[in-house]
Ligand binder design. Structure first.
Ligand SMILES: [Zn+2]
Ligand SMILES: [Zn+2]
Length: 115
């Protein structure tokens, strides 16, 4: 599978807390029992398991990605991350290297209601 290159110089905001996430290597099981590790961003608020990678925002619980938790806004090639908050609006930016596209959504679209 060809995975478009995610920029590593980005500073995504947690879609639940709207605080800056930190770059980490996330480990999770992808369907089977094999554990995979890949570069991602993780929210460090206490009790928050949100992470962001090239597939968008997800919650990792018990070492597995919860598919129902996925929050994906993207352009053709990849996921967008929340770059900043401007009043009631969220500014999203494409995470793929070389793509400068952005979009604006209502703040209510963030995953504030997620567990
Ligand atoms: Zn968070
Ligand atoms: Zn893009």
């Amino acid at each position: 599978m060809l995975v478009p290159k995610m920029r590593i110089d980005i500073r995504p905001l947690c879609d639940k807390h709207l605080v800056e996430m930190e770059a980490v290597s996330v480990k999770a099981k992808m369907g089977g029992s094999d554990e995979w590790a890949w570069p991602a961003f993780r929210c460090f608020m206490q009790g928050c398991a949100r992470s962001f990678d090239s597939g968008g925002y997800t919650t990792i619980s018990n070492g597995s990605i919860d598919p129902a938790s996925r929050n994906f806004i993207g352009c053709e090639e990849g996921a967008m991350f929340i770059e900043s908050v401007q009043g009631d609006r969220l500014i999203w930016r494409c995470s793929i290297a070389g793509c400068e596209r952005s979009r604006t959504t209502d703040r209510a679209l963030s995953a504030l209601a997620l567990p």
